[in-house]
Design a protein around this ligand. Structure first.
Ligand code: MLT
Ligand code: MN
Ligand code: ZN
Length: 279
């Protein structure tokens, strides 16, 4: 399996356009730029799937040679998108894909209903392209073109702000992606309110929620906002402690918020835009 990290920042990116917090200022000084969380995966390097669709998707696709179109004039190796949440930083890129001739989008029933209801994105997109919307059943395997097998686990119930009144339970999922030919396993969990080590057991690489380093970081950095827990994100300082013997070969924190010092400082366990993995 080939994996390309297209973007590794939380909503707003790093630096955020309207933010002069210490983190954003440091990013501007250091010339650090992270685009919003999005990953491309493939089992055969011909069919590619996106894990989430970030608002930065057009630039992310253009910067990934694997995702270049051809050989036909409108051929694209991008076959579909698997959403892990209905959050805007994970779903708005679907609008950028409206030129596609066809697209498969997988998400939980709750997420599909939010995209249809309060956001109206499904109706809008239907006027441009032919989308096959597929409701995932947590715990059941999906078979992707190119040979990958994907299984979703519900990990959280945090609603996006635009869907504060919507019903449903499976708002946030994590994905376990397996390549049956190589045995390689990727776990993708960029929004993780609590950590259960069985989630990453046996994975060759786990992309975990790196939104915040500390619980009250956002409030301290911006003088507003909410705690990590209130936003459904387990702080890295807590998950690092929990993960002393994680049962996973490589762990990379992603979906880094611009208030998180790791977004500029980086580190051995911090994801970077453009990183590619072979699992
Ligand atoms: C989140 O990850 O908590 C959301 O994307 C926050 C947001 O940008 O609304
Ligand atoms: Mn987010
Ligand atoms: Zn900032």
């Amino acid at each position: 399996m080939k994996v390309r990290l297209l973007g590794t920042a939380a909503g707003g990116g790093v630096p955020q356009w309207n933010c002069a917090c210490d983190g954003c200022a440091a990013a501007r000084r250091a010339g650090v730029a992270r685009s919003q969380d999005c990953v491309a995966i493939s089992g055969d390097q011909r069919s590619w799937y996106l894990l989430n669709a970030s608002p930065d998707l057009r630039a992310q696709i253009l910067s990934a040679p694997e995702l270049a179109p051809g050989p036909g004039r409108r051929d694209t190796p991008i076959r579909g998108v698997l959403l892990s949440t209905a959050e805007l930083d994970h779903a708005l890129g679907l609008l950028t894909l409206r030129e596609a001739e066809a697209l498969s989008v997988y998400a939980s029933a709750t997420v599909l209903a939010a995209l249809d209801g309060p956001l109206g994105l499904r109706r809008a997109l239907a006027a441009y392209t032919d989308v096959s919307w597929q409701a995932l059943a947590p715990g059941e395997d999906i078979h992707l073109n190119g040979g990958l097998r994907v299984c979703a686990t519900v990990v959280g119930a945090k609603r996006p702000r635009y869907a504060a009144d919507a019903d449903g339970g499976d708002w946030v999922v994590a994905y376990r992606i397996t390549d049956p030919r190589t045995g390689g396993v990727l776990v993708y969990a960029p929004c993780l309110p609590a950590f259960d080590p069985s989630l990453v057991e046996g994975a060759d690489c786990a992309l975990l929620d790196g939104t915040f380093l500390d619980e009250d970081e956002m409030v301290r950095a911006t003088g507003g906002g909410r705690s990590a827990t209130a936003m459904g994100h387990l702080p890295v300082s807590v998950s690092r402690r929990t993960l002393t013997r994680p049962g996973v070969r490589r762990l990379l924190y992603t979906h880094l918020n611009n208030t998180n010092p790791l977004a500029v400082g980086g580190g051995e366990d911090v994801a970077e835009d453009g990183l590619t993995l072979t699992l």
